[in-house]
Each structure stands twice: as structure tokens, then as C-alpha cells.
Design a protein around this ligand. Sequence first.
Ligand code: IMP
Ligand code: MG
Length: 182
Amino acid sequence: MSDMRSDIESVILDQETISQIVRRMGAEISRDYDGKDLVLIAVLRGAVVFMGDLMRAIDVPVSIDFMAVSSYGAAAKSSGIVRIVKDLDIDIKDRHVLIVEDILDSGLTLKYLMKNLSSRHPASLEVATFLWKDVEGKQAAINPKYVGTHVPDAFVVGYGLDFAEHYRNLPYVGILKPEVYS
Ligand code: IMP
Ligand code: MG
């Protein structure tokens, strides 16, 4: 059996830390959307683990749906040119939509998605991202309303995040050893 853990340089968020972050975000969202018709939309596949935890940390009624997008070009960096591979099943018109993402880097993927979703006339449209890879001097293309925590400019995996479809099932977030992907 190959050892996923030996490919991890360091663990940056352990399970307890993750659960504290998610509980805090769930409380913020529950407070802000009390009495509103909230739809959580997770972006497949990375956001699936976060979505599962976040929805259970929210104590107001929610609907959930999923979208899958694929970006053209190199896998590691986002081009902002996005193709919708799986669209929503539900109609978001006049509903309060919260996009649930695993990690925000350039923000180009989400910028495209927000433009696309806003053309369907939701009552509101915001982003909840578990991680924000914000680097000094670098500006993301969108401004997320809810942020779990900030991560350094390294390639991170686990808790849904992958490298070449691996490591998503690690229960923590770790920095991948550069020799694994270079
Ligand atoms: P953006 O369009 O540059 O914000 O890229 C966001 C997407 O790139 C995320 O949804 C992830 O799928 C992927 N991504 C960016 N950084 C990482 C990382 O460190 N690990 C795993 N996936 C990442
Ligand atoms: Mg992704």
C-alpha cells in the first residue's frame, strides 16, 4: 500500500482545527441567512468534503446543489476560461445563493462562475471558501464573504483538495512535497 502521508511535507490544518473553522463559518452563515431561502452550491469535486461538514454546521434550512467546471489549459494554474461540465439541477432565481469552494487562488474560476450564476437572477450571490491562498501583493479576482483560513502560496492537498485526483481523502490539510509534482 502506498503511503499518502509520506508525500506530505507538513500538516497545516489538523482535524480539530478544521472542525473549529467550519463551526465558526456555519455560525456566521446561520446568523446572516436566518429567515432567507438559502441554496448552497458546491463546486465539484474539491468542495465536497467541506460542503458535507459546512452544511451540518448550518442550522437554518438549506437546499444544496452541485456544479462541475473544467478549466482549459494547465492543471495547476487557473486560466479563467471555464467550461461547465455539470450544471445546476435547481432554479436559483430569487433565491439566496452561497457558492461553496475548497480554495481560492487567483479567483478566476469563481469570477467566471459568479458571472454565469448572476445572469440567472438570484436574490443574492456570495462565496464561502474554506481556504484562501492570498499572497502579499496578489489580488484575487473576487472577494469572498466567508473565509475559513488563509494558506501560504504552496500546493496544499487533503480535506477534498487533490493533486492529480489523489489525496482528497486525507482528513487534514497538508503541504505537498514539491518533488511529488515537479
Ligand atoms: P483559481 O481559479 O486560481 O482561484 O483556482 C481555484 C481552483 O484551483 C481550486 O478550486 C482548486 O481546484 C485549484 N487549486 C488551486 N490551488 C490549489 C492547491 O494548492 N491545491 C489543490 N488545488 C488547488
Ligand atoms: Mg477545484
